[in-house]
Design a protein around this ligand. Structure first.
Ligand code: 5GP
Length: 116
């Protein structure tokens, strides 16, 4: 079970954000420090999963729903193409231990990779 993180507080509504997409189980909001023309975070509302490996093992349908939301955002806000990044573990650049997808589109710079 993930600890109480900033994304848990965003998911519960305790910390308000601009919600860009929402389903029963997923929300999306802008990254506070964007690294591309479009840089959106897609998270499950549940704080049960710390990282994408845990999510894939525990609830693959929820992971698929995150990808579907990412595609919808890219369709609505860019040309439908996007880069998706999950940092999995501190040494891989993960800083918030509530699973989240970085969804990037538009001008990605010179091969920018979040956290790299
Ligand atoms: P990680 O390094 O864990 O893969 O990604 C965490 C991301 O969350 C970073 O890109 C960082 O800019 C973003 N972030 C951290 N705190 C906040 C916040 O309070 N609000 C939003 N919208 N993004 C945040």
């Amino acid at each position: 079970m993930a600890q109480d993180t900033i994304f848990g507080k965003i998911a519960s509504g305790e910390i308000p954000v601009e919600i860009l997409a929402e389903t029963d189980r997923v929300i999306a909001f802008p990254d506070i420090a964007p690294q591309a023309a479009m840089h959106i975070l897609v998270i499950p509302k549940t704080a049960e999963y710390e990282n994408v490996a845990e999510l894939a093992a525990g609830d693959p349908e929820l992971l698929a729903e995150m990808i579907t939301v990412a595609k919808r955002l890219a369709d609505e806000r860019s040309n439908g193409e996007f880069r998706i990044i999950f940092n999995n573990g501190a040494s891989a650049g993960q800083t918030v231990f509530h699973v989240h997808a970085h969804v990037l589109a538009g001008d990605l710079g010179e091969g920018s990779l979040v956290g790299a």
